[in-house]
Design a protein around this ligand. Structure first.
Ligand code: CMC
Length: 380
C-alpha cells in the first residue's frame, strides 16, 4: 500500500460515465445531452432544458406544456415549511433552503419510492418549490408576508414576482431564465458529486439534494458570484480595478470568478452573462458594474498563460444585482438552477448504481501501544 497513488481533490480522475453533459475544458465547449449551451441559452427555457436533462430529449410542444403545468401546480409549500422558515429566518438563505428541503421529505408522498417515475415527480416538486422557499424566506426576514406563486407566470418570472411582489418585465425574466439554463448542469462538479455519493448509498432523493445544497454553499463553488459582487463594490470605480487586482495577487489572494477545475480557457457560459451584464447595466443606467468587471478581467489577463480565465460566476453576480436580488440570495439562485442537474445525476446514478467509496492513503503512526488513561501525560 506504500506506493498507493494519491489524487488529491480527485483532480483528473474519471469516476463514471455520463450522458448528461459534455465539457471540453481546452476548447471551452459545453453540451447538455448533445446540445450546445449557446443554442440552449439563445433558444431554450429553463423548463425545456430541465426536461431535456431528465428525459434525454427535447420535448414536443405537448410534452413541454404538460411538464410546465406540473411545475406550476407544484410551487406551493406546505404551511409547516413556511412555519420552519419563520423559525429560522435569521439564518443564511442557503441554510434555510437546506433545512426546508430536508423537512420537505416528511411531506413528500414518494419519499421512499426510488422508481424513475417517482424520482421525476420528486424532481418536479423540488424544482418548483426551491424558488418558493428562497422568495418566502427573503420576504419573511424583512417582516413581509410571502407572495403566493402566480400560475400564470413561467418559472423565472414567477420567482422574481414572489421575491419583489410585482411582475417583472420580459427582459428581466428572460435574463434570469438564461442564467438558470447556464447553471443547470455541469458534470461532476463538487455539489453534483456529493449528490451522487449520497444517492449511491441508495438513500433517497431528498437526502441527495440536501447534500448538494450543503456542498454548493462554499465560496470555491456556488459562493463565488456573491464574492465577485462584494469585490466589485469594494473596487468602487473602474480606475481602481487594476491596482486592486495587482495588490490582491501580490498578497497571494484569489480573484473570485476566475479559474476552473476543468476549463483552461474561457468558460463558455460566461459569454452570455457578460452580454446580459452589459445590456442590463446600460438599460438600468448603472453601467459602472460592468465597466469595473471588464477592468478586472483586463488586469487578470497575465494569468491566462496559466489557464485562468473568467468562469460562469464572474458576470452573474452583477446580473442578479441589477435584478434587485440581495447578495446572499446569489447562491440559492445557483441552487434553484442546479437542482435540475442534481436530479439528472441522481437518475443517472441509479440507472446503474455502484456505491462511491474511494480510498485514503494512511500516513499516520502505526502500531502504537495503548496507554491507560491514568498513565497519560497532559501536554504542557
Ligand atoms: N485567482 C488567482 N489565482 C488563481 C485563481 C484565482 N481565481 N484560481 C486558481 N488560481 C491559481 C492558483 O493559485 C494556482 O496557482 P499556483 O499553481 O501558482 O499555485 C493555480 O491557479 C491552480 O489553482 P488550483 O487551486 O490548483 O486549481 P483548482 O482546479 O484546484 O481550483 C477553483 C479551481 C475554481 C477552485 C479555483 O480556480 C478558484 O479558487 N477560483 C476562485 C473561486 C471561483 O471563482 N469559483 C467558481 C468556480 S465556477 C462555478 C462553480 O463550479 O461553482
Amino acid at each position: 500500500m506504500a506506493d498507493q497513488e494519491v489524487y488529491r481533490g480527485l483532480k483528473g480522475v474519471t469516476v463514471d460515465v455520463t450522458e448528461a453533459s459534455f465539457i471540453d475544458g481546452e476548447a471551452g465547449k459545453l453540451l447538455y445531452r448533445g446540445y450546445n449551451i449557446h443554442d440552449l441559452a439563445e433558444h431554450s427555457t429553463f423548463e425545456e432544458t430541465t426536461y431535456l436533462l431528465w428525459h434525454g430529449k427535447l420535448p414536443t410542444r405537448r410534452e413541454l406544456e404538460h411538464f410546465d403545468s406540473q411545475l406550476r401546480v407544484s410551487r406551493t409549500l406546505p404551511p409547516e415549511i413556511l412555519e420552519i422558515i419563520r423559525l429560522i429566518k435569521s439564518a443564511h438563505p442557503m441554510d434555510v433552503l437546506r433545512t426546508a428541503v430536508s423537512a420537505l421529505a416528511a411531506f413528500d408522498p414518494d419519499v421512499n419510492d426510488n422508481s424513475f417515475e417517482a424520482n421525476i415527480r420528486k424532481g418536479i416538486r423540488l424544482t418548483a418549490q426551491f424558488p418558493t422557499i428562497v422568495a418566502a424566506h427573503a420576504r419573511i426576514r424583512e417582516g413581509k408576508e410571502p407572495v403566493p406563486p402566480n400560475p400564470n407566470l413561467g418559472h423565472a418570472a414567477n420567482f422574481l414576482y414572489m421575491l419583489h411582489g410585482k411582475e417583472p418585465d420580459e427582459v428581466s425574466a428572460r435574463a434570469l431564465d438564461v442564467d438558470l439554463i447556464l447553471h443547470a448542469e455541469h458534470g461532476s462538479n463538487a455539489s453534483a458529486f456529493s449528490v451522487r455519493v449520497t444517492a449511491s448509498t441508495l438513500a433517497d432523493m431528498h437526502a441527495a439534494i440536501v447534500a448538494g445544497i450543503g456542498t454548493l454553499k462554499g465560496p470555491l463553488h456556488g459562493g463565488a458570484a456573491e464574492a465577485v459582487m462584494a469585490m466589485v463594490k469594494e473596487i468602487g470605480k473602474p480606475e481602481n480595478a487594476e491596482a486592486y487586482v495587482k495588490k490582491a495577487l501580490a498578497e497571494g489572494k484569489r480573484i473570485m470568478g476566475f479559474g476552473h477545475r476543468v476549463y483552461k480557457t474561457e468558460d463558455p457560459r460566461a459569454r452570455h452573462l457578460r452580454k446580459l451584464a452589459k445590456e442590463m447595466g446600460e438599460r438600468m443606467g448603472q453601467p459602472e458594474w460592468y465597466q469595473i468587471l471588464t477592468k478586472v478581467e483586463e488586469a487578470m489577463a497575465p494569468l491566462r498563460e496559466k489557464g485562468i480565465y473568467v468562469n460562469v460566476d464572474f458576470y452573474s453576480g452583477s446580473v442578479y444585482y441589477l435584478l434587485g436580488i440581495p447578495e446572499d440570495l446569489f447562491v440559492p439562485i445557483f441552487a434553484m438552477s442546479r437542482i435540475s442537474g442534481w436530479v439528472t445525476q441522481v437518475l443517472e446514478q441509479w440507472k446503474d448504481n455502484v456505491i462511491i467509496r474511494p480510498l485514503l492513503k494512511y500516513v499516520g503512526p502505526m502500531d502504537l501501544p495503548y496507554v491507560p488513561i491514568d498513565q497519560r501525560v497532559e501536554a504542557a
